[in-house]
Ligand binder design. Structure first.
Ligand code: MTE
Ligand code: MO
Length: 438
């Protein structure tokens, strides 16, 4: 960068003498010499991220809304100026949250190798000397702090939350939500600033030509004002096509280790999303379990013959035992369970329609319903459903799955399975449902 370094920029108010003094005293910073770095390669990774990251961001924000902030059950509850316009999450199609959250988590994970490759491709800029050349560049570098810090923070918090049992407690959601906004803001700024550079970079060579170039014929890109091309590049030890194969092959491999959790036969491979791998014993209840009965602290007797379902919100109390519920008209529907953590599964559920229960409770047109479980406490012990979710013809208080009674781990004797809701709103071990009409 000899040309640029020696030329001060007095127009930005940098005293020329000071600038020159700093520029001359380059500390022993690492020098990067890969011949592959350059605007074209960075632009390829950038273009893929530009296509993928908005999907991850958008589906993440949608997930927050799907949780139902209007009922105070989205976490964090109070987000101040970061409040999003609120609406009732649609109750159909039933696979809606399965798709949005599957994309959020799985695409987020699949893009990790590409994020890392992009960072690798621009890392010499981190050690560029002098560190700043103009006031505008100071601003740009600050926005990069939010960009790089933001995305690494979101990746790390997201992955840890999936790997471990809620390591961060509920601060995770707050951190991930605020981090998302930091990232989102700097991402928009970065795209605005760099889009022309990216387009120029992409146009500088043809992908087809790159894919036909061997290691032996691999030459550095033209040195330009982006400063991405090494000053003294080493001879190529791999081609650009090799580098692309490594990065996108890595993304494909990661895809195999994550999406498997939602695609039956690959479930055992899904080490990156481990919750989706576990299951009960083989049989009709063999599908992932979020929380087992054993850890709930529910007394086994409470789900035995003494179990009763209370329906509240109507003019009088209504109570059913399991036999009485089983004698009501039963409906069967295939509905997914789609966890915020990214795994999902579709099963065939049989039970009583929630809207039928509302009618029996004396609330024929419920505007919401609060479902409470036998669990003594904790954030998943209850959930509020929207009017659309309660009234959807496939939304059930399920007594059976795949033709068999629910297993203890899947919510015996009765669980909610509602259309298009986040997994967490499918309350297991239901104790009561309060239908609201105002
Ligand atoms: N009572 C209760 N219901 C619950 C939970 C819970 O911890 N307690 N976990 C929820 C979550 S986060 C999910 S993803 C689904 C998973 O259902 P499954 O364990 O039957 O697969 O159950 C939901 N229902
Ligand atoms: Mo979940």
């Amino acid at each position: 960068m000899a040309i640029v370094i020696n030329r001060p920029h007095p127009e930005y108010g940098f005293p020329a003498a000071l600038f020159r003094a700093v520029a001359r005293r380059r500390p022993p910073l690492p020098r990067f010499r890969s011949p592959l770095r350059g605007p074209w390669l960075t632009s390829v990774f950038g273009a893929v991220l530009l296509a993928g990251l908005p999907v991850v961001i958008l589906t993440g924000l949608l997930s927050y809304l799907a949780y139902g902030p209007q009922f105070g059950q989205a976490i964090p509850g109070d987000v101040g100026v970061l409040r999003l316009p609120q609406f009732d999450w649609p109750a159909s199609p039933s696979w809606l949250y399965r798709i949005t959250q599957g994309l959020h988590v799985n695409l987020g994970i699949i893009l990790v190798p590409i994020v890392l490759a992009k960072l690798w491709s621009v890392v010499p800029k981190l050690f560029a000397w002098p560190p700043v050349r103009s006031a505008a560049q100071v601003l740009e570098r600050l926005s990069l702090l939010g960009l790089v810090g933001g995305i690494l923070f979101e990746i790390v918090t997201g992955l840890l939350n999936i790997q471990y049992d809620y390591v961060f407690g509920f601060n995770f959601y707050l951190a991930h939500y605020v981090g998302a906004w930091v990232f989102l803001t700097s991402f928009v700024a970065h795209v605005v600033l760099k889009l022309p550079t990216m387009v120029r970079g992409l146009r500088s060579r043809s992908l087809r030509a790159v894919l036909h170039t061997s290691t032996r014929d691999t030459r550095p890109e033209e040195r330009d004002e982006t400063g991405l091309v090494a000053e003294q590049p080493r001879p190529a030890t791999t081609s650009r096509r090799g580098a692309l194969a490594l990065v996108f092959g890595g993304a494909a491999f990661v895809a195999l280790l994550s999406v498997g959790q939602s695609v039956g036969p690959l479930r055992r491979l899904a080490i990156l999303l481990p919750r989706g791998r576990n299951s009960a014993t083989p049989g009709p209840n063999d599908f992932p379990i979020n929380k087992t009965f054993a850890v709930t602290g529910i007394d086994a007797a409470a789900v035995g013959a003494a179990w009763r379902l209370d329906l509240q919100g109507g003019p009088g109390a209504v109570r059913f035992d399991l036999d009485a519920l089983s004698a009501l008209p039963q409906h069967t529907a295939e509905l997914p369970l789609a966890c915020v953590e990214g795994w999902s599964t579709a099963q065939t559920w049989t039970g009583v329609r929630l809207r039928d229960l509302a009618a029996l409770a004396g609330v024929p047109a419920p505007t919401s319903a609060v479902v409470r479980s036998l669990e003594p406490g904790g954030p998943f012990a209850q959930a509020t459903l929207t009017a659309g979710q309660v009234r959807h013809p496939d939304s059930l208080l399920a007594l059976q799955v795949n033709g068999a009674p629910l297993s203890p781990d899947h919510g015996y004797p009765a669980r909610v399975i509602a259309s298009a809701v986040p997994g967490v709103h499918n309350t297991k071990w239901v104790r009561s449902i309060e239908f609201r009409s105002a």
